[in-house]
Write a protein that binds this ligand. Structure first.
Ligand code: SAM
Length: 285
């Protein structure tokens, strides 16, 4: 089987199965071998690795992963792609295709397949559920060493942004709590069939062994973060005191900020994760 990572082979496979890409599943197939090689390289996949691929599609990235990894577990929601994958991956003995919604998969069973050792996640993600997938990967607590994924360029920018940057927000803080985020490469629409309406980028998220900050209550911290960025232009004291589930007054927020050495009129966009953690612990008292 020749590699699929080009336009001609991709069209050939789709025609053979009388298929076209399904928008509802976010299907945009990669047709650029440089990008495919770049993803596998950025993920640092070696024969000692077990890789979870989310959404193998017709198997373009899967082929490269099978060449580089010890084992590949590929989870695909679209059942019509399962016979296609059986065909395009027929040469490889180190791949298991699972016909399931990734949001419903028990990640611990995948890690168990690797003898309980941490796995790597590599994917060209379906853009309509990027954030739920990333948050599931982190929040499940499953042993995941790194996540190397193609996402919308705008989402990559939000993940990697720091305080003061226009893209900084709750996604930057949620990702930054669990992992170090780096954008590896920008990818144009012409690298896919069909072409997405937006630019794309590959991000590499390397998980910290422990979260970057310790807080008394993780849920309370993230409620503060979400509330702070729901109304970006409001001061922290206004937005946080407007959310009854946090149970804090305007004065209490201002006092906490002053105690932290931060301007009492500050907005969320200038606070670091460490400062949000400190604020969360003070306000929860
Ligand atoms: N990996 C292929 C490639 O690079 O050419 C396809 C990538 S395409 C952007 C996203 C893939 O994710 C599609 O195959 C789609 O069917 C699959 N998908 C969408 N939602 C999914 C879900 N909830 N669980 C698992 N796979 C999903």
């Amino acid at each position: 089987m020749a590699y699929l990572g080009n336009a001609a082979r991709t069209k050939e496979v789709l025609a053979k199965y009388n298929m076209s890409a399904k928008k509802k599943f976010g299907q945009n197939f990669l047709i650029d071998s440089h990008v495919l090689e770049g993803i596998v390289e950025a993920a640092g996949v070696t024969e000692n690795d077990c890789v979870l691929e989310i959404g193998p599609g017709i198997g373009s990235l899967t082929q490269y992963l099978c060449e580089a990894a010890g084992k590949v577990m590929a989870v695909e929601i679209d059942k019509t792609l399962i016979p296609v994958l059986a065909d395009t991956l027929s040469e490889y003995r180190n791949v298991t295709v699972i016909n399931e919604d990734i949001l419903k998969v028990d990640l611990d069973t995948i890690v168990a397949e690797n003898g309980g050792k941490p796995i790597k996640v590599v994917a060209n993600l379906p853009y309509y559920i990027t954030t739920p997938i990333i948050m599931k990967l982190f929040e499940s607590g499953a042993k995941i060493e790194s996540i190397t994924v193609m996402v919308q360029k705008e989402v990559a920018d939000r993940m990697a942004a720091g305080p003061g940057n226009k893209d900084y927000g709750s996604l930057s803080l949620a990702v930054g709590y669990y992992a170090e985020a780096n954008t590896v490469m920008d990818v144009p629409p012409s690298s896919f069939i069909p072409q997405p309406g937006v630019g794309s980028a590959v991000v590499n998220l390397v998980r910290y062994t422990e979260p970057r900050v310790t807080v008394k209550d993780e849920k309370y911290l993230f409620e503060i973060v979400r509330t702070s960025f729901n109304q970006r232009r409001k001061t922290l004291s206004n937005s946080l005191s407007n959310n009854p589930s946090l149970g804090v007054s305007r004065d209490q927020v201002q006092e906490a900020l002053v105690k932290m050495g931060v301007d009492e009129k500050a907005r969320g966009e200038i606070l670091t994760l460490e400062q949000f953690a400190e604020l969360s612990d003070i306000l929860q008292r």
